[in-house]
Design a protein around this ligand. Structure first.
Ligand SMILES: [Fe+2]
Length: 196
């Protein structure tokens, strides 16, 4: 007895489908693919939530082997490098020497989060009329997350360097800077990715 595991004419079992019969099936398949692609694209472009971004930076901050060899320190300005550039979010690694700060800025409508992996930062933001200026200590092991309208100033007021992980979704498209004056925050300039 012999088993015929490799039929001689496998193609014969798949007789060519007449074009007229195949066309509706093909059109239907293409439509399904187009719908699936559109859905996948929409899902890929949906921004991550602040809490999802916080989870991203927290997890990375706990894995220094992923980025510690990349860290540089710059006396000129904060040093930064992008670690992830996806359609729906990006992740940056930033180092801060004592005294280095961002100044008040927004994130161009992106949601964001940052985690302090090494050192300690201070974050300033404006609360409601009752609260005024809020100052938060953000030590190593902690993270902050924020929505698309958030404006803050982050600074290293400690005596040693700090290293942080930042995630934004959608990826940053612009960033406006503000001055804190007696009447509140006044927008002073805007920068785009070409300046980063
Ligand atoms: Fe920021």
């Amino acid at each position: 007895m012999s088993l015929n595991l490799a039929p001689d004419e496998p193609a014969a079992a798949q007789a060519p489908t007449p074009a007229a019969a195949a066309a509706p099936a093909l059109a239907s398949a293409l439509a399904r693919t187009a719908r699936a692609t559109a859905t996948a694209t929409a899902e890929a472009r949906a921004p991550l939530t602040p809490s999802a971004l916080r989870a991203v930076v927290r997890e990375l901050a706990e894995q220094p082997d992923q980025w510690i060899h990349l860290v540089r320190l710059s006396t000129e300005e904060r040093w930064y490098q992008r670690l992830v550039a996806d359609d729906d979010h990006e992740v940056w690694l930033i180092s801060w020497l004592p005294g280095q700060s961002t100044g008040f800025h927004d994130h161009g409508g992106s949601r964001g989060a940052f985690a302090v992996a090494l050192g300690e930062l201070e974050e300033l933001s404006l609360g409601g009329p009752e609260q005024g200026l809020l100052i938060r200590r953000v030590p190593a092991g902690t993270a902050r997350a924020f929505g698309p309208e958030y404006v803050h100033d982050v600074r290293n007021t400690a005596s040693g360097p700090a290293v942080t992980l930042h995630a934004y979704s959608p990826p940053l498209g612009s960033m406006a800077h503000y001055d804190l004056r007696a009447g509140g925050l006044v927008r002073t300039s805007e920068e785009g990715p070409e300046q980063w």
